[in-house]
Design a binder for this molecule. Structure first.
Ligand SMILES: Cc1cc2nc3c(=O)[nH]c(=O)nc-3n(C[C@H](O)[C@H](O)[C@H](O)COP(=O)(O)OP(=O)(O)OC[C@H]3O[C@@H](n4cnc5c(N)ncnc54)[C@H](O)[C@@H]3O)c2cc1C
Length: 466
């Protein structure tokens, strides 16, 4: 029997066959996430119901040097939850309880498998607000959000998930359960291991409980969309908006390809013949103040040659647009046989240069590269679409050129999707050897036998880019 078979059999005996599933037909469904990473079927899927299940799994995995892949909803875009070598999956979706909610402390304690949108709805019913809003919120889990430091449109005003994690319970790679962080809003005792675990992509520990900060719900929300004849005008409007410091909660950008996708999905929105668009939202406590901000934003877009500024007056109008926005990734996916979605960030002042670089790379490589994203944060999702496997080398060259351009503009290779397996070969383009060595050392402290998510963030020598 191989060590992996011993682990799978041991887990089945220890946890029972309904928790430790070994049927290959069922396990197959846990192999991949929402990236195009190559995967293998896991030998066992532990449908964890408690921290004890997670501990038992990691202890046995350590004993047999078995790779372990923590998994939430599997919506990750960089192969974080993908099973890239034979091993065991810990599925955390059954750990989905709200443990405690405090209005006084504006704080909630949850299990990691709770779906993000379920938490948002729950706290909003209490007059509270959990700002992080990945566009996958209807499916993604809070554990996955914390592991990726997920963000979304509202991060422009409210910041990413990291800003809302006060503490967490996590089982380190060696099977030790540790409580990190605190219950209070302030605190500076010891190293900030909570912050280290946020964004650790399942490579250091498996979260079993999360303590999250909330804020007061801003009841007044209003938005507009501004339609432009050229991407440069839209990019300049974004930099002007950030420079003015208006109280805006999101500034989303769509290039001409994406505008046409939106027009096809909902012609009533009137986005035909638009080469770039911005969707901007403001929120606050006072509807009149929020409306004044929206007017100032609209005027600024007109100053920057917006051809049309349409105000989303009603909740229904706003929701219609966000519904299209939320399906943008999948709508683009449906256009071609293959799709790769990059997630680069540049300083906001370099947005125009980044958009020029994308257009130049697409023309040079003969590819379609629809681009949209969280422009207020300088974070664009650059998509590469193709049909013919023979185009793969052109795609790889395009990705490399995009990353080089991003770094030359002072940017970073991921704003919210993480490194996973897809960007691991490029980490050294952005970070120096000393920093990577330091991080590998931290990984060894949390996970001495290297069982957690091997090959993620830090490439195995055999990994190829893209
Ligand atoms: C249509 C679509 C839109 C998206 N929009 C956004 C967006 O706007 N913003 C954004 O940031 N992302 C976005 N994403 C990416 C994705 O939804 C996020 O990365 C999300 O946080 C992943 O959550 P998940 O539950 O699916 O995690 P998974 O994909 O299952 O896992 C992601 C990572 O988290 C680790 N992990 C999962 N659970 C745990 C745990 N309990 N303990 C430790 N590690 C764990 C996994 O090992 C993996 O490395 C989008 C994805 C899709 C498909």
């Amino acid at each position: 029997m191989t060590p992996l078979e011993r682990t799978a059999l041991g887990l089945e005996r220890l946890l029972g066959p309904s928790t430790a599933v070994t049927d290959p037909a069922l396990c197959e469904g846990y192999a991949r996430d929402e990236s195009e990473t190559d995967t293998v079927t896991p030998a066992c899927v532990v449908r964890a119901r408690s921290a004890d299940d997670v501990r038992a799994t990691l202890r046995l995995a350590n004993a047999h040097d078995t790779p372990v892949f923590a998994r939430g909803a599997g919506t990750g875009r960089t192969g974080g939850a993908a099973v890239t070598e034979p091993g065991v999956v810990i599925d955390t979706t059954a750990m989905n309880q709200v443990v405690a909610l405090s209005r006084t402390e504006q704080r909630v304690i949850v299990e990691p498998g709770l779906v993000t949108a379920a938490l948002q709805a729950l706290v909003e019913a209490e007059g509270l607000f959990f700002p992080p809003d990945p566009q996958s919120a209807a499916w993604s889990t809070l554990g996955g959000n914390v592991a990726e430091n997920a963000a979304g449109p509202r991060a422009y005003k409210y910041g990413p998930t990291r800003n809302y994690v006060l503490g967490l319970d996590a089982v380190s790679g060696d099977g030790t359960l540790v409580s990190h962080g605190r219950m209070t809003r302030k605190g500076v005792t010891g190293y900030d291991t909570t912050a280290l675990l946020v964004g650790s992509e399942g490579t250091l520990a498996v979260f079993t409980r999360l303590t999250l900060a909330l804020t007061a719900l801003r009841p007044a929300v209003t938005g507009l969309w501004a339609l432009f004849g050229h991407t440069h005008d839209a990019a300049r409007a974004v930099t002007a908006l950030t420079a003015r410091g208006l109280d805006v909660r999101c500034i989303e950008f769509f290039d001409g390809h994406c505008c046409r996708v939106i027009d096809r999905a909902d012609p009533a929105l009137g986005w035909a013949r638009t080469e770039a668009a911005l969707v901007i939202e403001c929120d606050g406590g006072d509807p009149e103040a929020v409306a004044r901000t929206r007017e100032a934003v609209g005027a600024l877009c007109v100053e920057h040659r917006a051809r049309e500024v349409l105000v989303a007056e009603s909740v229904d109008e706003r929701e219609a647009l966000w519904a299209v926005r939320k399906t943008m990734s999948r709508a683009l996916r449906a256009l071609r046989r293959f799709k790769l979605s990059e997630d680069v960030v540049v300083p906001v002042g370099a947005l125009e240069a980044l958009l020029d670089a994308v257009a130049e790379i697409a023309a040079r490589e003969g590819l379609t590269m629809p681009t949209y994203g969280h422009a207020g944060d300088g974070n664009l999702h650059v998509n590469l679409l193709w049909d013919d496997p023979a185009e793969r080398p052109a795609v790889e060259r395009a990705v490399a050129s995009l990353f080089r351009a991003t770094l030359d503009l002072g940017g970073t290779l991921s704003g919210e999707h993480g490194v996973g397996v897809l960007k691991a070969p490029f980490l050294g383009w952005e970070q120096g050897d000393a920093l990577i060595a330091l991080q590998r050392g931290l990984k060894a402290v949390f996970d001495p036998r290297g069982v957690l998510n091997p090959g993620k963030i830090f490439a195995r020598p055999s990994h190829r880019g893209c």
